[in-house]
Design a protein. Sequence first.
Length: 101
Amino acid sequence: MSTTLPKLTNKCKLLDWVGTGEVVAEGRLMPSDPKDLVHHVPLGPNAVKVWVDVAKHPDAFLWRPTSEMSTIEEAISSNVAWPADKILKGYVKSLLVANLF
């Protein structure tokens, strides 16, 4: 299975999905379509695929845990699904998926 890494220009920060507003990781946005599968689960609406580069809060829980990973630290060098409204791109909060690309 080959994974194409997103461009470095797509850098983003992942905010804690439980609503604390803390940055839990840094990563890169990947092209996303609601029909895309992320770890065998459809991405769905209002979500994006993100490649996780750095864990800022290693013990923060993933929005959609899998049998192989449940924390941000375990997701480093992997792609995860994340709520679109919990992503900072260009360090300005984007609320719509359309604004992310």
